[in-house]
Design a protein around this ligand. Structure first.
Ligand SMILES: *[C@@H]1O[C@H](CO)[C@@H](O)[C@H](O)[C@H]1NC(C)=O
Ligand SMILES: *[C@@H]1O[C@H](CO)[C@@H](O)[C@H](O)[C@H]1NC(C)=O
Ligand SMILES: *[C@@H]1O[C@H](CO)[C@@H](O)[C@H](O)[C@H]1NC(C)=O
Length: 362
């Protein structure tokens, strides 16, 4: 709203763009959690999704905060789908996560993670809802279609009970417009990209409607906080928005307020003005605890550190819970800098040296 606010916004986006461009292989990691229903959100990596470039091999997920074994194709995620059938790692992740949250989200469907996660929930009988993901790739309609079929199959196999929604597109608009030298998701260029994504969202809605399921599964979209296109918002049932105070160089103490204000101004209020009033969630937030390289360990105002994560948890979790804000923690091992250090857990599935605030969720 204020100039400062937009400035922060712009800075954040510029940084995100910069990061994206350095991520040649576009790895997506299955993230984590939400906390409408549970005390807190978590950041364990539940799996790794295939790159949009099938030539490139996925590395292993070693270094992720969760899945070393069998967690949705933790290592062999090349060429769209080869993945581990061993659900052991995923089961462990789901067991841990279920103690902290009842919702997780997936970023894509190319590594069998939809089935692995739903299978793990089935076996562990935990109370968990999953936002399934279809990672839409600019210039590769086949990627969307392939994942749609996998998702359809998973719904047929596992039913709707544990599915909270199907998220079509992750940072598609961010990538689309910044890849074409724009930073406005509602520009003419933005609307051009939105037409592609909108068709995919509508197609998924139709697929779900045609399945005659026992309940309606909402179809949503996920993007960087300031890159939601209005036509997309009018089409989606819900939106998952990435909101990172770290990239706006706030202090750890100021991060919670920044996140809440940004989310409210940039996402919640605009959504409420639309006839379909899509439900908005914070798709990624948190505070990193370390960096791969020393130069990125500081955002200008605060360090990536465990004590600062604690500050963020102490100031964010309870107030977000009481305000009814749904949010997810996440972690992303594929990118440099702080990206692999957002989680609440270490790679051997131990809680970092933090205390989870104990406050009731709405
Ligand atoms: C991963 O699986 C291998 C082979 O099944 C096993 O030896 C190893 O201990 C497992 N590692 C973890 C972290 O579960
Ligand atoms: C996907 O995961 C499910 C659940 O573990 C398993 O039954 C199935 O065989 C897997 N499919 C592939 C292609 O890995
Ligand atoms: C944030 O701080 C870093 C490190 O000091 C600096 O390089 C970067 O330009 C700052 N970014 C913004 C958006 O102020």
């Amino acid at each position: 709203m204020s100039d400062t606010h937009y400035q922060s916004l712009g800075m954040s986006s510029a940084l995100e763009k910069q990061q994206k461009q350095s991520r040649r292989s576009k790895w997506i990691v299955v993230g984590s959690v939400i906390a409408l229903v549970v005390l807190i959100a978590v950041g364990v990596t539940v799996g790794v999704v295939v790159s949009n470039n099938n030539k490139e091999k996925s590395g292993s997920s070693s270094g992720s905060s969760g899945s070393s074994n069998g967690s949705s194709g933790s290592s062999s995620g090349s060429s769209g789908g080869s993945s581990s059938n061993d659900p052991t790692g995923t089961i462990k992740d789901i067991q841990i996560l279920s103690q902290l949250t009842s919702r997780i989200r997936l970023y894509g469907a190319d590594c069998n993670q939809t089935a692995l996660v739903l299978e793990a929930i089935k076996q562990t009988k935990v109370d968990m809802q999953v936002f399934i993901g279809n990672y839409v790739v600019d210039g590769d309609p086949g990627a969307y279609e392939r994942q749609r079929e996998v998702i359809k199959e998973a719904i047929e196999t596992y039913g709707t009970e544990h599915i909270a929604g199907v998220t079509v597109g992750n940072e598609f608009m961010l990538n689309y417009v910044t890849g074409r030298n724009s930073n406005d998701a509602n520009s003419a260029i933005g609307n051009e990209g939105a037409a592609i994504l909108k068709a995919n969202i509508e197609d998924t809605k139709k697929m779900i409607a045609d399945m005659n399921l026992d309940k309606t599964i909402p179809v949503g979209n996920s993007d960087a906080g300031s890159y939601f296109n209005t036509q997309i918002m009018e089409t989606m049932d819900y939106g998952l928005s990435n909101v990172h105070a770290w990239f706006a160089n706030t202090t750890a103490e100021g991060a919670s307020k920044w996140v809440t204000d940004f989310f409210d101004e940039t996402n919640v209020k605009p959504a409420a003005l639309l006839p379909n009033n899509p439900k908005m969630y914070i798709a990624e937030t948190g505070w990193p605890t370390d960096s791969k390289d020393i130069s990125n360990k500081n955002n200008g105002a605060a360090d990536a550190s465990v004590p600062n994560l604690q500050v963020f948890l102490d100031t964010f979790v309870c107030q977000a819970n009481s305000a009814g804000i749904g949010y997810f923690y996440f972690e992303d091992i594929k990118y440099g800098g702080v990206e692999g250090h957002w989680g609440l857990f270490t790679k051997d599935r131990k809680l970092k040296d933090v205390t989870i605030p104990d406050c009731a969720a709405p």
